[in-house]
Design a protein around this ligand. Sequence first.
Ligand code: FES
Ligand SMILES: [Fe+2]
Length: 349
Amino acid sequence: MKFLRQAWYAAAWSEEVGKALLGRTILREPVVLFRDRDGLAAAIGGTCPHRFAPLARGKLSEGGISCPYHGLTFDRSGRCVRNPHGDHRIPKDAIVKSFPIAEKDTVIWIWMGDPARADAGQIPDFAPLNDEVTYTRTAGQVLDMPLRWDLMLDNLLDLSHAGFLHLGNLGSEAFSRGRMQVEKQGNRLWVNNLYPNGLPAPVFIGTGAIAPDVYVDYWVNVRWDPPGFMYFDAGITPAGHNRSEGVQLNSVQLLTPETPTSTHYFWRLFRSYRLQDASLTAAIEQMVSHAFHTEDEPMIAAVQERMGDRELMDMQPVMLGVDGGAMRARRILEDLIRKEDEPATTAAA
Ligand code: FES
Ligand SMILES: [Fe+2]
């Protein structure tokens, strides 16, 4: 499977990168994330060019990262700045890649393509993640899923599955009566879902957002930007009432390919009700994590196993109305990847 290279990806939550080194593989490339002495996040290639040791197992010192095997030290630009051996001469080719980084809205973003083309202005806005007055947010979560990136994207852009797979937590019977509207603005999609007049999903009942017998309108408006950035504006309100009378359980969901068959899945929820209740934050986190791990993950893994190495469209899948958002996202991505491959725009990366 091809990935979009000239793009930002979520590399880590801000709070994950501190004094310790963080190793992560992104688009098949091992990288190591750290903060320099000024506290600025940095990312360099994760493999030492001497005997290919994983730099993430090394030590962070004033000057940079020292390799755990024979001690070469690399700074944030990827240059070797110290050779502890012999005459201490630094070989010209002792260098690793350094990646453009941006830290914004509690996320550390990494640019995997041609560094000259990195423009932090292209990173979608997730400003509500900084709004601690209106919302209470969970900690940033990252799940390392043994799942293909494109199948995870399909899953998040077609929420009709919640009416079958997640009836015990996130979904309700109203999901199969849902109305989906897809709007395209440039390369951005809005996949707006409305599940009207149904009993509340357990996640709202179990967290005291509403009584179990009140019929509600449940909305989930998903803003998607390529390659894998999603903002879920979601909530419930008593059926027929204005949304401002309801409660919100929004989320940010970011997918970063690790390898062709595995994905880093970053998510963070933020709610508009019972803001001071810390035990509620933990309960929501636990319920959602349970749904992802014990319901989505095994289902997508089973699909992946049956697909083997084949691409989705090569298998001529039956199409349903609920596939509208995912299919449009796939087409936008294919188009962007094709443009990257055209000679005039092919980058050196
Ligand atoms: S492998 Fe890194 S210094 Fe030898
Ligand atoms: Fe799901």
